[in-house]
Design a protein around this ligand. Structure first.
Ligand code: XMP
Length: 523
């Protein structure tokens, strides 16, 4: 059943860029369910979903340029409260009869607003507060029936409203952390203006998902590919809670995992969580196929195909009836698809930079009924669900790891020997990052093995050996990333330990590139 039928819902209208996702996450942090929706067909959607309120997101364009996104005016006749943020506020001002112009006095970054009259949005909040602005155009005249409720030194309209009709606009971004009272402002809109109930909790989400999975799967078999990552682990744990023994998990060990990882996956899921787990130890098969392959996309393709073949063999066995007979119903397959995967594939045409999603993708001729228990959740919500379901911290908070594993962190040939060097260096790095208490705040931290050697000296001996490159980045969603300002002491310790402890390495370098223009992984 649609979540919007069960929970009070806020629709967040996407006007481009990444603004809508952050707003939707903040609304959910306030325990109100939110969905990101396109602007096309909005009025009909509002009538169908009957949300408690609508939020227009910011967007990268000016309302004046040709083709600037807009909404059908019927949206304003649906009787649902609307909060316009930045571009959304300007759109509302323009479409309801106010005016927006390029005054040449844009505001960017930290700005102080003055609340000039009482407003439900600012109830019991300070009259002066710091907010985050990012606009070139300004609202110079509010529409008829609207009052200005806040200004700044540079612009006359920082917030405006028509309380009667439930229309509110803010020029600033309440969703970003730099707006000191932003979340409180959003909550006032959700609870005081829209009258939403804060019932979106992960405990209620788990209950609802379990009921749905039981209804869908009935007494049939269900299969789940486990990678050791958080998404597949949480999806499997939900399904296990719903249908227990009917679930078989398949773990393909492609031999490209980090040190001790396969053992940990088996120990966690089979021994500690009590799942039916089939482990397909296939390192040799993958390595044979990768021999001599150096092109990054060719590696991904080979790994993707080999993965599918292995999975298919194992899943075939796991989907047979009790006496080994073929069943006439297609087995169910769990996938750890998250909400952002769906939003992206629905509304954006991201250029293909790397063929990520091919890995682990299944061929068309394999017939499965898909069960995607996380498809309404953001990553941070998935982690909370994982914690609630009793998954160990180490899985719930694991940094993302690419499907093709260390193969895309070894430039050039992937061999046993080179894998061992990288695994060893990576283990040292991760141990030190954890000891420094930085593991969780880094999006990813890992070692890369390039295909060059350099000269060094150890004792009285000249060496000619590999360098190791350290990559550590901060990011919210992997679309953009910045190199982490790791403390020098940590870098020093990592460097000296790797050079001293890892045979075959005589140098350590730190990657200080952001994404874009670099990517997070080296291949
Ligand atoms: P890039 O390197 O494109 O990576 O900045 C963005 C995020 O995606 C992960 N990544 C992959 N994940 N299969 C995956 O499942 C892949 O082939 C792959 N390549 C990159 C990467 O670790 C980062 O989190």
């Amino acid at each position: 059943m649609a979540k919007s039928a069960e929970f009070d819902t806020i629709l967040v209208v996407d006007f481009g860029a990444q603004y809508a996702q952050l707003i939707a996450r903040r609304v959910r942090e306030a325990k109100v369910y939110s969905e990101i929706v396109p602007r096309e067909g909005l009025a009909e959607r509002i009538r169908a979903v009957r949300p408690k309120g609508v939020i227009f997101s910011g967007g990268p364009k000016s309302v004046h340029v040709e083709g600037a996104p807009s909404v059908d005016n019927a949206v304003f006749d649906t009787g649902v409260p609307i909060l316009g943020i930045c571009y959304g506020a300007q759109l509302m001002a323009r479409d309801l009869g106010g005016s927006v112009s390029r005054t040449g006095t844009g505001e960017y970054g930290r700005t102080e607003i003055d609340v000039t009259s009482s407003s439900p949005l600012f109830r019991e909040l300070p009259g002066q507060q710091v907010v985050w602005m990012s606009h070139g155009d300004s609202i110079v005249e509010v529409p008829p029936g609207f009052d200005v409720t806040a200004t700044t030194a540079a612009v006359p309209v920082a917030a405006f409203e028509d309380r009667e009709r439930g229309f509110f606009g803010v020029q600033f971004h309440p969703e970003v952390a730099h707006s000191e009272r932003g979340q409180e402002i959003l909550k006032r809109f959700l609870f005081d203006v829209c009258g939403a109930q804060p019932t979106w909790t992960m405990v209620s989400v788990i209950e609802q998902s379990i009921a749905e999975i039981r209804a869908r799967v009935g007494g049939d078999r269900i299969i789940c590919g486990l990678s050791g990552g958080v998404d597949s682990a949480v999806a499997a744990a939900l399904v296990h809670k719903a249908v227990g023994e009917q679930l078989t998990c398949v773990f393909v060990d492609h031999g490209l995992m980090r040190r001790d990882e396969p053992e940990k996956v088996v120990d966690t899921f089979r021994n500690r969580m009590g799942f039916n787990l089939v482990e397909a130890k296939s390192a040799d098969r993958f390595l044979e196929r990768l021999a001599g392959v150096t092109d990054p996309e060719a590696k991904r393709k080979i790994i993707g195909e080999t993965f599918i073949r292995v999975f298919e063999e194992v899943a075939h066995d796991a989907s047979l009836g009790p006496d080994g007979e073929a069943l006439d119903t297609a087995p169910f397959l769990v996938q750890g698809t998250l909400y952002p995967d769906i939003i992206e594939s629905g509304t954006k045409d991201a250029a293909k930079i790397k063929s990520h999603h091919n890995v682990g993708g299944l061929p068309d001729d394999m017939k499965f009924e898909l069960v995607e228990p996380l498809r309404d959740l953001f990553k941070d919500e998935v982690r909370v669900v994982g914690e609630e379901l009793g998954l160990p911290e180490e899985i719930v908070w694991r940094q993302p790891f690419p499907g093709p594993g260390l193969a895309v962190r070894i430039i050039g040939d992937v061999t046993h020997e080179r894998l061992e060097i990288l695994r060893h260096a990576d283990a040292v790095l991760l141990e030190e990052v954890r000891t420094a208490g930085l593991y969780r705040e880094l999006w990813q931290s890992f070692a890369v093995l390039p295909a060059i050697k350099s000269v060094g000296v150890m004792g009285d001996e000249r060496t000619y050996a590999y360098p190791i490159i350290i990559r550590a980045v901060t990011s919210d969603d992997a679309m953009t990333a910045d190199w982490a300002r790791l403390p020098y002491e940590l870098l020093e310790k990592v460097s000296s330990r790797i050079i001293n402890e890892v045979p075959g390495v005589n140098r350590v370098a730190y990657d200080i590139s952001s994404k874009p223009p670099a990517t997070i992984e080296w291949e």
